[in-house]
Design a protein around this ligand. Structure first.
Ligand code: COI
Length: 351
């Protein structure tokens, strides 16, 4: 155990952290007690992982992450069940996705076992910040970054894997149905680029579109493919699904422009179990405009209804609410995550 890994066990007798309004959790950072850090200095192996009090980190101004964006992140949640067990949802999937992204970004990555063990240790050290049942989840943010210094363009020589945690509630307040703007001028990803991995560089380029759309009263932005500008791809922080008849469609991963969401993958399985036909394909924007329902998925948004989309001067509205498929999928997914429904697929991991 590293010298800094001294956990204050007085927390064990306090079930929940003080000063948090658990009914009002949103998606902002609430500082928790501990973070986890592990380094790789030989270009291959991560070792000496340890917990330390949550706080700022020190980086050389010429670190690869700061200058050339050599970094990835992940997102997963620890959720408290009605009987107060704490569960993770498919953490190996996040570990594997980080490995895949690390290859694309020329970075070494922790093994799946190291990743899952680090997540568990971070959750246990921050147990009192795991929200009460039905109030949200403790969001874990694993980061993998080129922390070594570099001036010339090239992979860093040192890497840092870090996990911090924050209690979170709904990403969109009240899981309100989104009013989306279809962005047709700016693109999020290109074939052969990094849109399919969770590179830190994929996210801030959406701010300009988001800012303009929010200024016009929209809640978020949906991007189109950059080659033809005719097919829907991804919302700024989530995957998209549409429903027409018995067919559910979501953009295909094959061009490397869509993030392989863990929630996306789980919703596909649940929808198949419900008897829907699921298609992963190129989805022309016209299909979106003709759909009966549309919704988005992601660790942060979970499964969120889309109430309306506006493409150029055309606005269409979708079915939302209790009778919608989106709600049924949400109930089933969160039922499994919270232990309300039997986990027949072995997706949850109790810690
Ligand atoms: C997540 O859903 O975990 C994400 O990484 C999206 C993030 C941009 C909030």
């Amino acid at each position: 155990m590293a010298p800094s890994e001294t956990i204050n066990h007085s927390h064990d007798c306090e079930k929940y952290a003080d000063g948090v309004d658990w009914d009002e959790l949103g998606f902002g950072l609430i500082r928790t007690d501990y973070m986890y850090t592990m380094k790789c200095t030989d270009g291959e192996n991560f070792s000496h992982g340890h917990l330390s009090p949550f706080g700022n980190i020190e980086l050389c101004p010429s670190a690869g992450i700061l200058n050339y964006g050599q970094g990835l992140f992940e997102g997963l949640k620890a959720i408290r069940t009605e009987d107060s067990r704490i569960m993770l949802f498919r953490p190996k999937e996040n570990a594997l996705r980080m490995k895949m992204g690390a290859e694309r970004m020329c970075m070494p990555s922790p093994s799946v076992e190291q990743f899952v063990d680090a997540v568990k240790r971070t959750v246990l050290a921050n147990k009192r910040w795991v929200p009460p049942p039905r109030k949200g989840g403790l969001y874990l943010r694993p980061l993998l970054m080129g922390s070594g210094s570099n001036l010339g363009l090239g992979p860093a020589r040192e890497y840092t894997f870090l996990i911090f945690a924050s209690p979170t509630g709904n990403y969109h307040k009240g899981r309100a149905a989104l009013n989306l703007y279809v962005e047709h001028k700016i693109h999020r990803a290109t074939p052969g680029g990094t849109g399919g991995v969770k590179s830190v560089t994929n996210y801030s380029p959406v701010y300009q579109s988001q800012k303009e759309a929010r200024g016009k009263g929209f809640s978020d932005v949906l991007f189109l493919d950059s080659v033809t500008g005719k097919n829907i791809e991804e919302i700024s922080a989530a995957n998209i699904f549409i429903l027409k008849g018995n067919v559910i469609s979501t953009p295909t991963l094959i061009y490397g422009t869509i993030l392989a969401g863990v929630t996306r993958k789980s919703i596909i399985d649940i929808a198949l179990d419900f008897g829907y036909q699921v298609e992963e394909r190129m989805i022309p924007v016209e299909d979106l405009l003709e759909a009966e329902e549309a919704f988005c998925t992601g660790t942060a948004v979970v499964v969120n209804p889309i109430g309306a989309v506006t493409y150029r001067d055309k606005r269409v509205e979708y079915k939302t609410g209790e009778g919608a498929l989106c709600q049924k999928l949400y109930e089933t997914l969160t039922g499994i995550q919270t232990g309300r429904l039997e986990d027949k697929k072995g997706w949850t991991l109790e810690i």
